[in-house]
Write a protein of this length. Structure first.
Length: 118
């Protein structure tokens, strides 16, 4: 199972970016999708998550600035990042969680780098 994330780049503080992640049709609509990030020297952390039903939750650090959404027709999950801060600089990873017969399957994308200059 392959997830493809893209949309990262260099942006000034206060600016915005939109990340996209495309997953396989076979699992996408049944999966909870999430974005994680890992900054240099720090542990990977969950940024935002959206369930198969569309319910979303966010890390406190991004609430009110980031919005996660999904398009099941396009097998794509998005992360709209507004009012970016230098501390948002990290590699962002797409994640899919699929539960089948009481077993959890987890898949990761390759990561896309977001750099916010101050």
């Amino acid at each position: 199972v392959q997830l493809q994330a893209f949309g990262g780049g260099l942006v000034q503080a206060g600016g915005y970016l939109r990340l996209s992640c495309v997953g396989p049709r076979s699992i996408f609509s049944d999966s909870a999708m999430a974005w994680y990030r890992q900054a240099p020297g720090k542990q990977r952390e969950m940024v935002a998550r959206i369930t198969s039903g569309g319910g979303a939750n966010y890390a406190d650090s991004v609430k009110g600035r980031f919005t996660i959404s999904r398009d099941n027709e396009r097998n794509t999950v998005y992360l709209q990042m507004d009012r970016l801060k230098s501390e948002d600089t990290a590699v962002y990873y797409c994640n899919a969680e699929l539960t089948l017969t009481f077993r959890l399957y987890e898949y990761w994308g390759q990561g896309t780098l977001v750099t916010v200059s101050s």
